[in-house]
Design a protein around this ligand. Sequence first.
Ligand code: HXC
Length: 304
Amino acid sequence: MAWSPSPSPFKDDIVKGKVALVTGGGSGIGLEISKQLGKHGASVVIMGRRNHVLDAAVSTLRSLSIPAIGFEGDVRKQEDAKRVVESTVKHFGRLDILVNAAAGNFLVSSEDLSSNGFRTVMDIDSVGTFTMCREALKYLKKGGPGRYSSGGGTIVNISATLHYTASWYQIHVSAAKAAVDAITRNLALEWGADYDIRVNGIAPGPIADTPGMGKLAPEEIDSKARDYMPLYKLGEKWDIAMAALYLASDAGKFINGTILVVDGGLWLSQPRHLPKEQVKQLSRTVEKRSRGESALVGVPKAKL
Ligand code: HXC
């Protein structure tokens, strides 16, 4: 598997000695976060449902000299969450960073989506995230309970921007990611105060070479999408991994309850209704009209 061409702007020891557990760490954004955490000093556990995917990812991580292991498990199953968290601590001795990157998605219109389809994505994204956080809590507490404890672990939840407005054929994912953001903020409030555990989120935009983009923007439909992208390009998995490093490391030590949007500004974008070259002329014309002057340059008002 190829490395991202972009070098890291961070020192290579910023998460040295930390142990990270990444759900959905076998592929896509989760794998890149795993690589970058490992490359910057962490030992990494990846959790996923498919053993062959985990095995390939662990080989990749180890080939980069990253201490890594994979544990099979489904975040929808509480017993799996508990087992994987406990196995992590058994294997590496501690748990400092939990990244919830496991997610489910498919395009479907609301009228064609069954309640079970809706529930399935809620179960993976929202309930799965909460379950993992709760199972990890006792290991993320470092200084013990109390307002002035210090040095707790940290959680990064991968979300989306779909629910900031509304998204076609994504009602289930929008609902699920809205819940993830709510989980992030509420845990940040409670566990930040009680245990000094920081809980933050990352809301990626469209990221190239990920299972999500493969499902949401297959080649057949993505040609017009670029018109709406301010940067006229997709993000890289590396962009999300750098954000995760920032939040998980001491660089982010005063950041708690934030959802960091990493989308090149896409969610703010609107179709351009007027070419840039025409704005100045039109604006001047409108201003003149509002002052009662001729809208046409060089034409006396009396003749209009
Ligand atoms: C309509 C569908 C469907 C489809 C599944 N369902 N696919 N409905 N259109 N294309 C319905 C099924 O009919 C069923 O409901 C219910 O969903 C559960 O389906 P299963 O196949 O039994 O579920 P399961 O095997 O557990 O698979 C879960 C999955 C699958 C979410 C459906 O796609 C998956 O495992 N995904 C994980 C990988 C993934 O999606 N990664 C991309 C994440 S991208 P009924 O009623 O028939 O029983 C991402 C980015 C978000 O998160 C933001 C991007 C900007």
